[in-house]
Design a protein around this ligand. Structure first.
Ligand SMILES: *[C@@H]1O[C@H](CO)[C@@H](O)[C@H](O)[C@H]1NC(C)=O
Ligand SMILES: *[C@@H]1O[C@H](CO)[C@@H](O)[C@H](O)[C@H]1NC(C)=O
Ligand SMILES: *[C@@H]1O[C@H](CO)[C@@H](O)[C@H](O)[C@H]1NC(C)=O
Ligand SMILES: *[C@@H]1O[C@H](CO)[C@@H](O)[C@H](O)[C@H]1NC(C)=O
Ligand SMILES: *[C@@H]1O[C@H](CO)[C@@H](O)[C@H](O)[C@H]1NC(C)=O
Length: 444
């Protein structure tokens, strides 16, 4: 028996962290949630600083980070403060920390050592009213505490109790932040997950980190040339920042089974390979009557996934434009990360890739162009004879069982991404994120 559930993204580093509507298996019926997590690839060593007044209307926190398979920030939580590292996930709501040390998850938060830690009873309005967008409803445990089960698209899951404690970001102290203190987790990629203490939920749901902080907006910029990045919480208005192009966030009033209403949903209108627009009707990008087919911006997912018909059209045009330039791997049994079935053989001795066609995602009001080597990704550890494998970084959602278009963080490199919650829109501009980070550290 299968059930569709509305899943939140869970960091599963290395694979992909998808925060999505997920197709759940029988596990769900016994209260274990599965989800496909595609993971943000940023590891952020973070220091929070208040941006000097004059450049911003109200104080904003900036967090420099480092990224690879996931985007992560470092914070401290509790009294006295404990260090934690959290994956930044715009695809899910509830932030959480591992609270139970196990061999798979050695990095934990210990609530017993925090005098400001407070579990949330299930009679609390936080438990009864603010968990309405959870895929699986919050419940009462035997101690009458609020219990949450989280579900991710990569078959990762996590459960524990809701609690609150003080979070410190640089000079800011945020009391009573609500998060999940998780006692049991299942990860499909424990190597990557073991590095992190938890996840920072950044979607539009009532208990997400940004909703609790009431930030009018937040932004991030992921460097394409090194492993740095910057997360800016709060308003930003910098003279050096190119004007952003905005695309509205799509909201629907009626709940639909496959539509995640608290995701950052934008409207994709087309895809170009070099300058050639794929011959697809706009309706190919519009959610159907079940809500399947929304386009989500997900920092918790590494690559980008497209519904079958759109993926097939893109694959075919990209193949066409790379024929004669690259050798295709002819092995139907090899599908990178279960969803990327277009890979190329590149001689190990060849230091650089040939010039590749760009792929442009065309949104209502804005475009995002993926160029250069970002279009392909070297499959780690894969060698065929004297060749390495490079796979196309766009995958087929259908192969993952995901009913949505998901824009992952790999395609957001060197793009200033602004999530404007007040005006319900996303702004973007191509920038050099390593330079933006340097300007910030100079206080510009
Ligand atoms: C990136 O992640 C991979 C897989 O976890 C790891 O092998 C590699 O060392 C990382 N690179 C950097 C620069 O952190
Ligand atoms: C927490 O992080 C700070 C800054 O990186 C470091 O100096 C300190 O030793 C860390 N504390 C623990 C207990 O790891
Ligand atoms: C941003 O800054 C410019 C010039 O510094 C100013 O004219 C503009 O009103 C500011 N915008 C906002 C939203 O504060
Ligand atoms: C690429 O597409 C063009 C135009 O549709 C077609 O004429 C050409 O034969 C295709 N090339 C390959 C290698 O498929
Ligand atoms: C790999 O390269 C070496 C040295 O050029 C050559 O001797 C060998 O035959 C090649 N192997 C394959 C499988 O092509």
């Amino acid at each position: 028996m299968k059930t569709y559930i509305h899943c939140k993204s869970f960091p599963t580093p290395f694979l992909k962290t998808l925060s999505l509507l997920v197709f759940c298996t029988a596990f769900c019926s016994i209260g274990i949630e599965l989800s496909f997590s595609q993971e943000p690839t940023l590891v952020l060593p973070l220091k929070t600083q208040v941006v000097p007044t004059g450049s911003v209307p109200r104080s904003a926190n900036k967090l420099p980070f480092h990224h690879n398979v996931s985007l992560t920030v470092s914070l401290t939580v509790g009294t006295p403060p404990q260090n934690v590292t959290m994956v930044i996930d715009t695809g899910s709501e509830l932030s959480w920390l591992h609270c139970n040390k196990t061999p798979n998850f050695p990095t934990t938060f210990d609530p017993a050592r925090s005098s400001s830690y407070s579990p949330i009873p299930c009679s609390s309005p936080t438990c009864t009213n603010r968990t309405r967008d959870f895929t699986i409803p919050a419940s009462c445990d035997s101690n009458q505490l609020c219990h949450a089960t989280l579900c991710y698209a990569d078959a990762s899951s996590s459960e524990g109790n809701l609690a609150s404690d003080t979070i410190y970001m640089g000079s800011s102290e945020i009391p009573d932040m609500v998060f999940g203190c998780m006692v049991s987790s299942f990860s499909s990629n424990s190597d990557e997950d073991s590095k992190n203490t938890g996840l920072m939920g950044m979607n539009r749901g009532s208990l997400s980190f940004v909703s609790q902080m009431q930030f009018p907006k937040f932004s991030y910029c992921i460097s394409g040339s090194d492993f740095s990045g910057l997360l800016l919480l709060g308003d930003a208005n910098f003279s050096w920042l190119a004007p952003l192009n905005y695309t509205p966030l799509i909201q629907i009033s009626t709940p639909l089974p496959y539509f995640d209403r608290v995701a950052y949903t934008v409207q994709l209108e087309g895809i170009k390979v070099s300058d050639k627009l794929l011959p697809l009707p706009k309706s190919a990008f519009v959610p159907d009557h079940t809500g399947a087919g929304q386009t989500m911006v997900d920092s918790g997912t590494q690559f980008t996934f497209l519904l079958g018909p759109v993926y097939t059209a893109l694959r075919s045009e990209f193949l066409n434009q790379t024929s004669g330039v690259l050798r295709v791997l002819d092995d139907p049994n090899f599908v990178f990360q279960g969803a990327m079935d277009l890979c190329y053989l590149v001689p190990l001795s060849q230091p650089t890739l040939p010039r590749l066609p760009t792929v442009t995602l065309v949104f209502q009001g804005a475009e995002m162009t993926v160029s250069g080597d970002s279009v392909l990704y070297r499959a780690p550890g894969e060698v065929r004879g004297n060749d390495s494998l490079y796979c196309f970084t766009f995958g087929n959602s259908d192969l993952l069982g995901v009913e949505a278009f998901v824009i992952g963080h790999h395609h957001q490199h060197d793009v200033w991404m602004e999530f404007d919650l007040q005006k319900s829109r996303i702004g973007l501009a191509q920038v050099r994120c390593d330079l933006a980070g340097k300007r910030f550290s100079l206080g510009l």
